[in-house]
Structures are given as C-alpha cells and as structure tokens.
Design a protein around this ligand. Structure first.
Ligand code: E4P
Length: 215
C-alpha cells in the first residue's frame, strides 16, 4: 500500500519524507490555509521535496472553472494531481481531464455509489473520508471495503485512497482491505512506528551492550 502524507506544512512533509516511507502528498484548502502561503507557491515547494503524486485541490465548483483551475495547477509540476470535489460538475470535469491525460483525485467521497461514478468518469484516485464518517456514527472502513469490492468486480483502475485517517487502526484496516493508498497526517505516521515492546526491548539491548567485552 502506498503512503501519502496529508499535510500542507512543508516542515511536516520534510520530516515524513526523511523517514523514507512517503510516496506522495495530499493537500486541501483547509490544510493550505494553515500553511499560510499561496496555493501555487506551497504546491511548488512540496513538489521539490516529494517525488510522487501531489494532490492540489480546485476551489471552483462549475465544470469550466474546475477545468481552468486544474489546467493551471498541472503547470506547476508534472507530479501534480488535480483534486476535484465529488459533485456533478466535478465528474464532468474529471471526464475531460481523463481525456487530456491529467490525473485526478476525486475527493469528499462518502458513499460507494459516488465512488462507482468517479471510477466511470476515469478518476485516477477516489478519496473516501473514513474519519468523517466515523464522526457521524457511521463506519468509514466499511465504505473502503465496499469500494474495493466494487472496483475489483468491474476491474476499475481507479485507486482507492483512504483519506481522513485518524489513527493506526484505520491504516492497518485499509491495508487488510486492499486499499491502494492511505493518506495520513504526520501524527499518525509517527504513531505507526510506536510499540512499547520495541522501547522495552531496545532499552534492554542497550543495557546489555554495555556488558559486552570491548576487547
Ligand atoms: C484527504 O485528501 C483530505 O485532505 C483529508 O484526509 C481530510 O481529513 P480530515 O477529515 O481529517 O480533515
């Protein structure tokens, strides 16, 4: 499973990249607002740090506006993927982007029906938001399982990008279910390496290492 970092913060992205486990980056307007830089500047900076798919979201909500913005975003760098909201106008734009060879990440997906339509429009990635579903007493991971099954049933090439990941269990379940990608905040990436038995074992090894004769 590919791991993307879900962040607009260049410091966080550098930190994750230095761990050697990052395949790409997802951003959204909320994350970029926190970064406090113009979108094009922030995305260009991210593209210098990570050599992989970098999702940059449009804010237009009509087909022509989405196409206009997306075509500008892909000029920033060859790795830019245009993130498009899962609305009717978004799907119309995804169809055109697909014909033009522009990669898309269809975002704000909350149902298997939406995911099926995005795949039919030719989306490169579909982003179901698991944490936000859990927040409303639903089961976000159940949605991932449904989408993976549907895509396999019909051999869709759209990749399932598990988004709105809140904790390591989401990550492990996504891998078990066969999601192609999980995008994680830095906090969750850091949680993944943690295990108390690793810390206890390391402490013991370091103590015992002092007892090894040096010559
Ligand atoms: C995905 O691409 C989104 O940027 C993100 O995962 C949303 O996460 P949130 O629900 O924690 O805001």
């Amino acid at each position: 499973m590919k791991i993307f970092i879900d962040s607009g913060d260049i410091g966080e992205i550098r930190e994750a990249q230095s761990m050697g486990v990052i395949d790409g980056v997802t951003t959204n307007p909320s994350l970029l607002a926190k970064a406090g830089k113009p979108t094009k500047v922030a995305i260009a900076e991210i593209c210098e740090v990570v050599d992989g798919p970098i999702s940059a979201e449009v804010v237009a909500i009509d087909k022509d506006g989405i196409l206009r913005e997306g075509r500008e975003l892909v000029k920033i760098h060859k790795n830019v993927v245009v993130k498009v909201p899962l609305i009717d106008e978004g799907l119309k734009a995804v169809r055109v982007f697909t014909q033009e060879g522009i990669k898309t990440n269809v975002t704000l997906c909350f149902s298997p029906a939406q995911a099926l339509l995005a795949a039919k429009a030719g989306a490169t990635y579909i982003s179901p938001f698991v944490g936000r579903i859990d927040d409303t007493a639903g089961d976000g991971m159940d949605l991932i399982s449904q989408i993976v099954t549907i895509y396999k049933n019909y051999n869709f090439t759209t990749e399932v990008l598990t988004a709105s990941v809140r904790h390591p269990v989401h990550f492990v379940q996504a891998a078990m279910m066969g999601a192609h990608v999980a995008t994680l905040p830095l906090k969750v990436i850091k949680q993944l390496t943690k295990h108390p038995l690793t810390d206890i074992g390391l402490k013991q090894f370091l103590e015992d290492a002092k007892k090894i004769p040096q010559s």
